[in-house]
Design a protein around this ligand. Structure first.
Ligand SMILES: [Zn+2]
Ligand SMILES: [Zn+2]
Length: 201
C-alpha cells in the first residue's frame, strides 16, 4: 500500500495585520485579498452584524478629481453592489436612499457623471421609468433609421455621445447598443471605455 502524502504548498506567510472595522480586533489577511477590498472585517459575522449604513460607509473611496466617490466593493456591470438581507443591491441606489429615502417603484437612480461606480449622491438623479425611456429611445430610433441618419453611416461625435449616454446613463448593455447602432460589440466596448474617440466627452 502506498501512503500518499499530500504535499501542501506553503506560501510564505506574508499576511498583513488589519484592524477589524467592527470588533476592532487585529486579524491577518493575505495582501491579495486587500486588493479585492476584502480585509476590512475579521469574519463574515462581523460584516453581517453591521448595519447597512456602516457597511456602505466601509466601501467608500476618496473623491476623485471629478468628485466621484468610487465604490471600493464588489461591482457588477460597473455598478457597485452591496448585499442586504440576502439581496444584492446597487450601491448608488443605496447611497440615494440613505440620504433621500426610498426610490419610488418604477423610478431609476441615474448618474449625471456617467460613472457607474460612483456613489456620490450629488452626482445622482432620479429618472423616469427606465422602460418609458427605452420606449422613447426606441421610437426615436425607428424614426432616424428611415431618415438619412442610417445606423451604418459613419460614427459621428453626436453618435459617440449617444452611445456613451445609453451605456452610462440609461444602463443599456453593450450588446443592445451594438444592435441599435449597427456596430460590433467590441467597438462599443472601446467607445464606452474611452479607448477611441477620447476627444469626445
Ligand atoms: Zn471583527
Ligand atoms: Zn460621480
Amino acid at each position: 500500500m502506498i501512503i500518499s502524502k499530500k504535499l501542501k504548498r506553503r506560501s510564505p506567510s506574508e499576511k498583513v495585520k488589519r484592524r477589524c472595522k467592527n470588533c476592532k480586533e487585529i486579524f491577518l489577511v493575505e495582501p491579495s485579498r486587500l486588493r479585492r477590498s476584502s480585509g476590512i472585517y475579521c469574519s463574515k459575522d462581523c460584516y453581517r452584524n453591521l448595519s447597512l449604513v456602516d457597511r456602505f460607509k466601509a466601501f467608500l473611496g476618496r473623491p476623485d478629481k471629478n468628485g466621484c466617490i468610487n465604490w471600493q466593493g464588489v461591482t457588477c456591470n460597473g455598478y457597485g453592489q452591496i448585499s442586504n438581507k440576502g439581496k444584492q443591491l446597487k450601491a448608488h441606489r443605496v447611497a440615494w436612499e440613505l440620504k433621500n429615502g426610498p426610490i419610488k417603484k418604477g423610478y431609476s437612480c441615474l448618474h449625471k457623471c456617467d460613472n457607474r461606480s460612483c456613489v456620490n449622491v450629488d452626482h445622482l438623479f432620479i429618472g423616469t421609468q427606465l422602460d418609458n425611456m427605452r420606449d422613447m429611445i426606441e421610437k426615436g430610433r425607428h424614426k432616424t433609421v428611415k431618415g438619412d441618419d442610417h445606423p451604418n453611416a459613419k460614427l459621428s461625435k453626436a453618435k459617440i455621445k449617444k452611445i456613451r449616454q445609453r451605456y452610462f446613463r440609461y444602463g443599456f448593455t453593450q450588446l443592445e447598443i451594438s444592435e441599435e447602432f449597427g456596430i460590433s460589440r467590441p467597438l462599443v466596448s472601446m467607445i464606452v471605455n474611452h479607448k477611441i474617440w477620447r476627444h469626445v466627452e
